[in-house]
Design a binder for this molecule. Sequence first.
Ligand code: XMP
Length: 514
Amino acid sequence: MTQKIIILDFGSQTTQLIGRRVRELDTFCEIMPYNKFPKDDPSVIGVILSGSPYSVHDPEAFKVDLSQFVGRVPVLGICYGAQFISHTLGGKVEKADSREYGRANLETVETTNPLFKGFEQHSQVWMSHGDTITSIPEGFDVIGSTKDVVNAAFTNTKHLTPDTKGVWAVQFHPEVFHTLQGKQLLQNFVVDICGSKQEWSAASFVDSTVAELKAQLGNDRVILGLSGGVDSSVAAVLLNKAIGNRLTCIFVDHGMLRKNEFQQVMEDYKVLGLNVIGVDASAKFFSDLAGVTDPEQKRKIIGRDFVEVFNAEAKKITDAKWLAQGTIYPDRIESLNITGKVIKSHHNVGGLPKEMHLQLCEPLKWLFKDEVRRVGRQLGMPEHLITRHPFPGPGLAVRILGDITPEKVRILQDADDIYIRGLREWGLYDQVWQAGAILLSTVRSVGVMGDERTYEHPVALRAVTSTDAMTADWAHLPYEFMAKVSNEIINKVRGVNRVCYDISSKPPATIEWE
Ligand code: XMP
């Protein structure tokens, strides 16, 4: 039985980060909505309560029945989690005179408590809260204080009966980078206090998943849609290891992939031994997109055509029983927003051919992106496939303003190719989350080349840093690099006479332009 930590999500932006930190400790964890604690699951070895945008005094604040797990398994409350523990068990939480946000230092810290094993005095922590815990519940002791926050960390461990598990609460955020010994704290909790055996690794994942897939799929045939991206490629290699050529992959070229990408990726897949059907459907997509300028309309047409083309191929595989997808964990986590509504739920591919009665197989559904990459490496996949940037399903269509024509796609492919090759040559590719060029084909500007006046389109370059694409910042690429790329694009790509760099963060902008 795989040991697991349950992280109850009260809507904090850093909940996923807690999950990643626990996984980095080679320990399996699940992020659940605050009110969905899995009762009677013997594999749960500990519970972490996340932060929240609410105050415990808000009428809409998320509440959980602590008796489901307190005393039974070790519990760690973080920020709102700590305030909720205090508020519910008889302590006091009040509005702070001013919001406490940013760096602070643990002026006193009880390093004899297992939570703070290895901590240095004055260790830097990161605060972000509007309420403050003015008194802690009876039976609890303070084990860490900052200059402004006396009750920065507290626990009931000194007053427990032998078979009762402890509760720890910290007002600061151990999961964020700026809490310098945050990893140590989480390791102390997960490994020492909860007793994780740290058995969750890429190698163990591959072994157990391949065994499970063999058992689940038997002699059935499976279809998988490949996109050239990391997730679907890793899912395919994993399935291939489990069931060999009973896996049929379908890779649709809609004509708006990067320059030469279809051919290169097909080549990669062949080397990996995958059984892939490559479908060049670009003519259909270009014809259906002709003259369409509205971004949503373009997406809809591409989505609809994709399903049509994919389904037509899938139906030829008459004995298929399963449809496999490269869905990963962040796609499925029901993140909560402040209204309590689910803002991101599990997205399936739209419009599967119902008459095929396919069952869904999602071998990566528990993994974060960096874990998918680790699994890919474990499976011996080439590095350039594993570290590939995310690329949107509709491809360059969302990076061409206005209508789409093969000529515009050609211009953008050439500009994008110079940019991406440049990023690789300058060692910048792996430093950014995602990069690409955008053709502003609804805009024209005047330029001069040699003795000739030009009246052509600008290209915008975008590169962002991010951990999950939910938020992103523009990457501060070196000027020398941008100068060189701009020069090369304008000199070599006919149809472009100006290059701009997009310096918008997300939010309020998005990563893609359309
Ligand atoms: P935005 O533009 O919303 O993008 O900031 C966030 C991330 O999602 C990718 N993206 C898409 N991926 N189909 C996809 O498969 C789409 O329609 C789509 N739109 C955006 C985008 O590249 C970024 O990584």
